[in-house]
Every structure is written in structure tokens, then in C-alpha cells.
Design a protein around this ligand. Structure first.
Ligand code: ADP
Ligand code: MG
Length: 266
């Protein structure tokens, strides 16, 4: 496979949207898989107690296994939690276990509670990595806050449907607050339109609205709705490996290529 450019330094990207089911996890897993197939070294940090990204990458996340939880709450070095994804050289995962559900509350009394993921990632040797993709839970709680403090870039997946823009305002406000008080380097670098059904006028309209509102931040590539995308996780795979010729896989690979070729602008 043709190698894609590697960023000069590690790009830490938080994939956030407090709505559930918009394609955060699917996007994290498939962009990561594509990037790693083209010579980039990628770590997926699963920050959702549901552990869907861990499942999709077939990384063990049963209760009792050390996970991002131990890193956030107990200061366990993240390097001890990261595992290489089998069959995918250059792709790594820091899995989430269900314990992470408790972290929202257990983090509250801790010192620097919003910066714990940032510290954990700083303790990694990120010079070995090209991307860290953080998959957020569907809320704007302390876990997502930690992800926003740890990253320089936010990637927002937007589902092409009627309520897509509702609730986005709250996310944008949160990003602004984090930028103002906790992480001046944060910016929304990427928006990805997902689960597009070109047969509906509504989807086309939502896509147009998002583009006119956010401009160049929106990737040209749109991810279509595709059954193969939703089947892949049950085989412990990204759609990129499960069915590389499917429309969903081709679109995710194209989105990843765009991401890799985009200059990092301030
Ligand atoms: P989130 O992480 O935002 O909650 P997911 O990535 O888990 O969202 O996606 C929600 C559901 O939709 C999952 O069952 C997933 O497999 C499915 N899905 C995501 N993207 C697509 C797509 N492009 N086509 C079909 N199904 C999709
Ligand atoms: Mg998810």
C-alpha cells in the first residue's frame, strides 16, 4: 500500500459528540485502521465505559483487566495498558473496561481531575506515534473533558439527519470553555459527515448546512450508510479489514487519506 505522509509530530485528536450513535467509535476505529495500513502509527484510546472501540479492535476488555480506568484514577502508566492490535501492525489500543463508568465520579475529588488523561498521554513516548485518536463517551462529563484537555484537535462526526445540529452548540461551547481555561491549543480541526443516505433530501440538506456553517473544516469525503460498517465490529474488525471493497470501507479509507494529507494549520 502507498505510504501516506506522517505528521511531523504526533497529532492528538479527540473524537467527540455528546450524542450517542453518531459514528464516533466507528470513525475512531476505521480512521485508525486505515492510517495504520498506510504506514502511520496510531493509538486508539477507548474512553467510553462501553468499550465499543476495544470490542471492534478485538482487544480484551473484560472486567479485571487493566484499562484506561487504572491510568486515569490510579496513575498506572498508560504504556502498561496499551496493547498492539492483532494482525494490524502499527495499530495500538488502550482499552476501556466498564470500571470507567465509575471514573466520572471517582475523578471528582482528585487533583487536576481534568488533566489526568493529558498527563497519562504525556507519560507515553508519543515520538513513536503519529496519531492518538481518543474515542469519547456520549456525554460532556469529566471523561470527555479529559479528552478535550489532552488533545490539540477535535474531530466531530455528524450524522446526516434532522436533529444533527441540535446539541452541537453545547459541544462547541464546551470546546470554547476548555480553550479559554484549560487548553489554549485546542481547536475543531475536522468534521466528518457520517451515515449519509443520499436518497433522502434531508441528508443532502443537512450536509449542505454543515458545510456552509463550518466550511473547510468539513472533510470532502462523506461516509455513506452501509450495512458492512455495522457488521464489522461483531467480527472484532474494522470495516477496512472486514470488507475493504465495501462502500463504507472505501469512504473511511478516503477520509483517512484526506486527514493524513491535510496540513496542520493553526
Ligand atoms: P457512537 O460511538 O457515536 O455512539 P457508533 O460508531 O457506535 O456511534 O455507531 C452507532 C451504530 O451505528 C453502531 O451500531 C455502528 O455500527 C452503526 N454505524 C456507524 N456508522 C455506520 C455507517 N456508516 N453505516 C451503517 N451503520 C453505521
Ligand atoms: Mg461510541
Amino acid at each position: 500500500r502507498e505510504p501516506w505522509p506522517r505528521p511531523g509530530r504526533c497529532r492528538i485528536m479527540t473524537i467527540a459528540n455528546q450524542k450517542g450513535g453518531v459514528g464516533k467509535t466507528t470513525t475512531a476505529v476505521n480512521l485508525a485502521a486505515s492510517l495504520s495500513q498506510h504506514g502511520n502509527r496510531v493509538l486508539v484510546v477507548d474512553l467510553d465505559p462501553q468499550g465499543n472501540a476495544s470490542t471492534a479492535l478485538d482487544v480484551d476488555h473484560h472486567v479485571g483487566r487493566e484499562s484506561v480506568y487504572n491510568s486515569l484514577v490510579e496513575d498506572r502508566p498508560l504504556s502498561e495498558i496499551v496493547t498492539e492490535v492483532e494482525g494490524m501492525p502499527g495499530l495500538y489500543c488502550a482499552p476501556a473496561t466498564i470500571d470507567l463508568a465509575g471514573a466520572e465520579i471517582e475523578l471528582v475529588p482528585l487533583v487536576a481531575r481534568e488533566s489526568r488523561l493529558s498527563r497519562a498521554i504525556e507519560s507515553l513516548d508519543v515520538s513513536n506515534l503519529d496519531y492518538v485518536l481518543i474515542d469519547c463517551p456520549p456525554s460532556l462529563g469529566l471523561l470527555t473533558l479529559n479528552a478535550l484537555v489532552a488533545a490539540e484537535e477535535v474531530l466531530i462526526p455528524i450524522q446526516c439527519e434532522y436533529y444533527a445540529l441540535e446539541g452541537l452548540e453545547q459541544l462547541l461551547r464546551t470546546v470554547e470553555l476548555v480553550r479559554a481555561h484549560l487548553n489554549a491549543n485546542l481547536r475543531i480541526s475536522t468534521i466528518l459527515l457520517t451515515m449519509y443516505d443520499g436518497r433522502t433530501r434531508l441528508a443532502t440538506q443537512v450536509a449542505e448546512d454543515v458545510r456552509s456553517h463550518f466550511g473547510d473544516v468539513v472533510l470532502q469525503t462523506i461516509i455513506p450508510r452501509s450495512v458492512r460498517v455495522s457488521e464489522a465490529p461483531s467480527y472484532g474488525q474494522s470495516v477496512i479489514t472486514y470488507d475493504p471493497a465495501s462502500t463504507g470501507a472505501v469512504a473511511y479509507a478516503e477520509a483517512a487519506r484526506e486527514l493524513a494529507h491535510r496540513a496542520i494549520t493553526a
